[in-house]
Design a protein. Sequence first.
Length: 392
Amino acid sequence: MSIIERLKQNLQERETKALYRRRKLIQSPQGVRVCIDGREYLNFCSNDYLGLANHPEVIKSFQQAANDFGVGSGSAHLINGHSVLHHELEEALAEFVNRPRALLFSTGYMANLGVVSTLVGRSDAVFEDRLNHASLIDAGILSRAKLQRYAHNDVNALQQLLISSQAKEKLIVTDGIFSMDGDVAPVSDLSRLAQKYDALLMVDDAHGIGVLGQRGAGLLEQENLNSQQVPILMGTLGKALGTSGAFVAGDDVLIESLINNARSYIYTTATPPAIAAATLTSLQLLQTESWRREKLKQLIQHFRKGANECSLPLMESATAIQPLLIGNSSKAVALSERLKKKGYLISAIRPPTVPEETARLRITLSAEHSEEQVDQLLETLAILINMADYDG
Ligand SMILES: *Cc1c(COP(=O)(O)O)cnc(C)c1O
């Protein structure tokens, strides 16, 4: 069978199993209301948790920086693409997360590849939660270290693996908030284990940065874990911060090693300086507009209370990610389509993004939602989910 034949067969299989992926064409800025095919939808699936992606101040900084610095960065950071704006943002991020230094990457995916493959290699082992984000799993594979996955949030299972490991060096890697589940990693326990078994701990806080902690500095702020306890912190800028890119924070040796070794840092064009300027503004807004975090917290509680009252299949999550477990992929897709007809945008998440038979509707809340909008959603969900015929 030729490669092309194989691809065609794969696409057909995807279609019959309701696993075919299609993109929607968004005709408006990101926000609580988005426009598709000329129709407006209430959006419950973006990661713009604080509503900063289309914030006027963020846009203004972006425009100003584009006037002053142009659009393209022109080259990689190590050639001559590292602008004063990138540098200023790195310093602000380091201070924000209370670590000695931070380094910008073009995407979170690339940050993860770069960190893991810089830290470990052939004779080492990397221990990962089963539900870690795909970029962390890929990073483990790329590093050539032995990839050992432990049951989700199972500290005892991890301990067993650590005890029996023959690896030279050990790296433990976890999502802070699990992206498709919304639950939180037991980071304090993981940090104790790492210290006990002489392993290094890395936390990917893509969904916690901006949202958790008193100042919005993320899960590690909320759990009071310093850079001794969690030496490697990764955060993304495309979610709560509303812009694009990612950063890694840690000590001098870590950052200098990444600059010198991380291939996904070295061999790629720096993001536009205007993105850095916009991110500096979101970082300030996070702090001056702390009501966004408070509001989000209230909406999460409001949603969960309502969802429990109408017996929706809620998953165990205290964060802005509030998935409803559906199970069957066709059912999840049918539900998502029914919701769309009624004016709600919620994507169905299917295998292999999540384990078999755990397809779900991944609902995300934003500080820009109102309680009324959440109530409307709950009402619609209660009708649709309790209806037997939604897969028709
Ligand atoms: C979104 C996400 C990433 C990837 O970040 P991008 O900047 O979108 O490439 C990495 N890790 C986790 C846990 C994520 O949710």
